[in-house]
Write a protein that binds this ligand. Structure first.
Ligand code: 13P
Ligand code: SF4
Length: 312
């Protein structure tokens, strides 16, 4: 971890106090942001925190759709994000207008729409229920048996959920540009180098990569899985920020980043747009701020709250 200015940390903590703010950070954030955050977790844990906080301001260190989810759940709070351009290739692969047109075109199917949380508020507003990688299996299992399911936007996560549940779903053809960079060859190579290591992969990876994994799970589940597994060495096939979280929480084990064909580890360029300086600035200026039209927010809240209910 790079040396971090203690003045900058003090400034952030002072702003947090004076604004009555809470700092939420996703597991893929840089180490320095994870260290200053009040809560670090996966999309499900962060949604719960956003729904329950009594802070006036939520500073959300993640990507845009995560800040939106916080605003959907806590509309009276000011939600700020360090960088407005921190988007998500997966969310971008399913624009709300395209989904609306698709549903119109296939209205005979009377789809029950299940949306992975990595999507815009507009897509959440069109969905019947939201899922994260941590609760998708459970929620799909509870979906009405007499309805056709359309799962958006991640085809890899959707395919993994179909394998786990045996439920047939029509899949939107989106993917995460980071997780599809792991390949069968790149994971084979690292397995050859560390033959005793246990391979843990995120379900956004392709089938070819998931087949090489000992465990496929959400980022939060990776922490408990690695803690409880007797193995010493783990190859972590997801975004690089996860390695910091794991090393902090499970210090007695060895975590090896899953490589891609061209890099020793995989960084999400959007997650990595956030810096401590930008976090300080968003707390100081209360900008960039998340705003969502109320009709869209209210519809999206329905599907997000249904997720929270079903994953209790
Ligand atoms: P998790 O919910 O497992 O943290 O995943 C979020 C994400 O963006 C994965 O790319
Ligand atoms: Fe989106 Fe992939 Fe980045 Fe997650 S890792 S925020 S899915 S682009």
């Amino acid at each position: 971890m790079q040396a971090v200015s203690t003045d900058l940390i003090s400034e952030i903590l002072e702003l947090k106090r004076s604004r009555n703010a809470v700092i939420l950070a996703h597991n893929y954030q840089i180490a320095a942001i994870q260290e200053v955050a009040d809560f670090v977790g996966d999309s499900l844990g962060l949604s719960r925190q956003a729904a329950e906080t009594d802070a006036d301001v939520i500073a959300f260190c993640g990507v845009h759709f995560m800040g939106e989810t916080a605003k959907i759940l806590s509309p009276s709070k000011t939600v700020v994000i360090p960088d407005r351009d921190a988007g998500c290739s997966l969310s971008d692969s399913c624009p709300a207008d395209k989904l609306a047109a698709y549903l119109e075109e296939h209205c005979d199917k009377k789809y029950y729409v299940i949306a992975y949380i990595n999507c815009s508020a507009g897509v959440k507003a069109l969905a019947d229920v939201i899922v994260t990688s941590g609760n998708a299996v459970k929620i799909v299992e509870s979906a009405p048996k007499d309805r056709n399911i359309l799962f958006v936007p991640d085809q890899n996560l959707g395919a993994w959920v179909m394998e786990k549940t045996g439920r047939q779903m029509d899949l939107w053809r989106g993917n995460c540009y980071v997780h599809v960079e792991f390949t069968r060859d790149s994971i084979h190579r690292i397995k050859t180098e560390f033959p005793a290591a246990v391979v843990v992969a995120h379900p956004e990876c392709t089938l070819a990569v998931r087949l090489l994994a000992d465990e496929v799970c959400s980022t939060e589940k990776m922490v408990s899985y690695c803690r409880d597994n007797p193995a010493k060495d783990f190859i972590i096939v997801t975004e690089s920020g996860m390695l910091h979280r794991l090393r902090r929480e499970v210090p007695n084990k060895n975590f090896i980043p899953g490589p891609t064909d061209s890099c020793a580890c995989a960084d999400c360029r959007y997650m990595k747009m956030n810096t401590l300086e930008k976090l300080r600035d968003c707390l100081a200026n209360l900008e960039p701020r998340i705003e969502i039209p109320e009709d869209v927010r209210a519809k999206a809240e329905y599907s997000v709250r249904r997720m929270l209910e079903l994953s209790k």
